[in-house]
Design a protein around this ligand. Sequence first.
Ligand code: FES
Length: 137
Amino acid sequence: MDLVAAIVAAHAGREGPLLPILHDVQAAQGHVSEEAIRTIAHGLNLSRAEVHGVVSFYHDFRTQPDPRPVVKLCRAEACQARGVEALVAALPPQNQVRIETVYCLGLCSAGPAALAAGRPHARLDAAKLAALVEAAT
Ligand code: FES
């Protein structure tokens, strides 16, 4: 049994298994490949279009590997009120780090906030965010 089939089997009988399966597959493989979508669809008796629709709906799921480091930047209301959009606009162009948008990291009173290398960062300004991106490369 391959890894994806084993993940599907581990969630067998669970109510609403698709999202947990997709999270586990992405955690194990770094993305959810077309082959994995086919295996998941078969295992859950869904169409590939149904599984693909869920994968493409959620930003966190990728169908292609992307080995770049990630900086997750909160762009929810409190961080917007604290100027996160100006920080995004001030970021120098680069593509060595994947900047992902998240909606609240639980640091609302200390925003703008980000998560990089598994650690939260608060009270960001342009220089701190640029340093985070630089450190992630
Ligand atoms: S709104 Fe940004 S951390 Fe909560």
